[in-house]
Write a protein that binds this ligand. Structure first.
Ligand SMILES: Nc1ncnc2c1ncn2[C@@H]1O[C@H](COP(=O)(O)OP(=O)(O)OP(=O)(O)O)[C@@H](O)[C@H]1O
Length: 284
């Protein structure tokens, strides 16, 4: 599946302006601007430690202790009401997380409570957001299935420590998606999956944008960005170095840092030979 061209006039779901994050007095995000639109998937790429996860955490009110944030992040709900996420009190932010913004963490295992079963995680999330008891199990199982877990009934009573890394990633993703959020932030959610499962999960995430959802895909993998994102934003030193339609940014990067990233991701050896032998390939 190839990402289609983004609609130029799609409504912004999240408009981030001048986001700054400091941890222990050190600036890690330094004036980041980013617009995420309805019906679009945006890939946030950048080298390790460039501030991708802390950006996601700052936007969802989940920064580590001692971290400070500033700027604005205007979020527009499905009913058209808007709020600056960075100014919301924690109780109102909790209500936005789930149905407004789903966040699948990079550290899937650590984001799950080791003493709570997979089913109880899902039921608790649905309960906290007012879903009636009778519907919880079916919705939870459907979310696990959509996240690429076959026979989810078998995993329903499992504890997180009984899951493989890839299963834990998909459970965390199911939890983030179960309330069908308007914006899903998926932080390296397919890094532990085999290529076939990865493609299935990314197709599922991408399909959510067809229903008007917005997707922020945090990834190191430019091939993933090229295939599944409409737009790419490149983070360098806590700032967006370059952003635009995925095909354009990855085919003809303008910023030296993006050029370096694209060069580093170019296939080598056998992979390059296979890529060269194909008549129609990805953008890389
Ligand atoms: N809990 C924390 N306490 C102190 N510093 C932190 C903490 N979490 C992240 N940092 C620092 O903030 C910077 C940005 O980290 P972040 O996790 O956002 O990077 P990233 O781009 O997501 O990296 P990766 O691609 O490796 O996941 C790094 O220098 C990191 O060391």
């Amino acid at each position: 599946m190839t990402a289609g061209a983004p609609a130029p006039d799609a409504a912004p779901v999240l408009d981030v302006s001048g986001l700054r994050v400091e941890v222990g007095g050190r600036s890690v995000v330094d004036g980041l601007d980013l617009v995420l639109r309805a019906g679009e998937a945006t890939a946030l790429v950048g080298r390790s430690g460039s501030g991708k996860s802390l950006t996601a955490r700052a936007l969802t009110g989940l920064l580590p202790e001692g971290a400070e944030r500033s700027g604005t992040a205007r979020f527009t709900s499905a009913d058209g009401t808007g709020a600056d996420l960075l100014a919301l009190p924690s109780g109102r932010m909790r209500a936005v997380r789930g149905p407004g913004i789903g966040y699948a963490f990079q550290e899937a295992q650590a984001s799950l409570n080791p003493t709570v079963t997979v089913g109880a995680h899902l039921k608790e999330t649905l309960k906290a957001h007012g879903v009636e008891r009778a519907a919880r199990r079916e919705r939870g199982l459907a979310a696990l299935r959509a996240a690429g877990l076959e026979a989810p009934e078998r995993l329903w009573h499992a504890h997180p420590f009984e899951l493989s890394g890839g299963q834990a990633q998909r459970v965390a993703l199911a939890l983030a998606c179960v309330l069908e959020p308007r914006l899903l932030i998926a932080d390296e959610v397919t890094s532990a999956l085999d290529p076939l499962t990865q493609a299935g999960v990314l197709d599922m995430l991408r399909a959510r944008t067809g229903a008007g959802g917005s997707l922020l895909l945090i990834t190191h993998d430019l091939a993933v960005a090229a295939r599944w994102a409409d737009r790419v934003a490149v983070l360098d030193g806590g700032r967006i170095a370059e952003s635009g339609p995925a095909g354009e940014v990855l085919r003809s990067p303008r910023h030296p840092f993006t050029q370096e990233l694209v060069r580093a991701a170019a296939p080598t050896g056998a992979a390059a030979a296979v890529a060269a032998s194909r008549t129609a390939g990805g953008v890389l």
